[in-house]
Design a protein around this ligand. Structure first.
Ligand SMILES: [Zn+2]
Length: 132
């Protein structure tokens, strides 16, 4: 292994260590538990518009009601489609009964937990969000 590979490997290990120790970023950690170089390379090649959508989905910093409630732009954090849970990225992309058919169309299952979402490539998540 050459020095460039060793530095890259150390960098990924260090990023994973820091990511593991961060106590915030709850929603993002549901989507990614470790650094994935393949997904990172996919993301940096996206257009600005698509990258914004993907980052909004992964971080929860988007126009869904939970985030808008945190920003005090609305007072109802519930999903406008089903009204059963908070309107979050995780709910929308894996657990909303109002769009279960669309979830099945994209992911092959009616409901995905965080574990199921983590197995999906970000390109699938992005296509799903763009087709809502
Ligand atoms: Zn819902």
């Amino acid at each position: 292994m050459n020095i460039k590979c060793k530095i890259s490997q150390w960098s990924v290990q260090e990023q994973n260590r820091q990511w593991h120790n961060i106590k915030s970023c709850h929603q993002t950690k549901q989507f990614m538990q470790v650094v994935n170089i393949r997904l990172r390379q996919y993301a940096v090649r996206l257009s600005r518009k698509d990258l914004r959508l993907l980052v909004g989905l992964l971080t929860g910093h988007n126009t869904l009601n939970r985030h808008l409630t945190l920003l005090r732009r609305t007072d109802d954090p519930l999903c406008p489609l089903c009204g059963e849970e908070e309107d979050t990225s995780l709910h929308l992309s894996g657990n909303c009964c109002a769009i279960a058919e669309k979830l099945c169309e994209f992911f092959g299952r009616y409901f995905l937990g965080p574990g199921g979402l983590r197995q999906e490539h970000w390109s699938t998540l992005l296509r799903f969000v763009k087709n809502l």
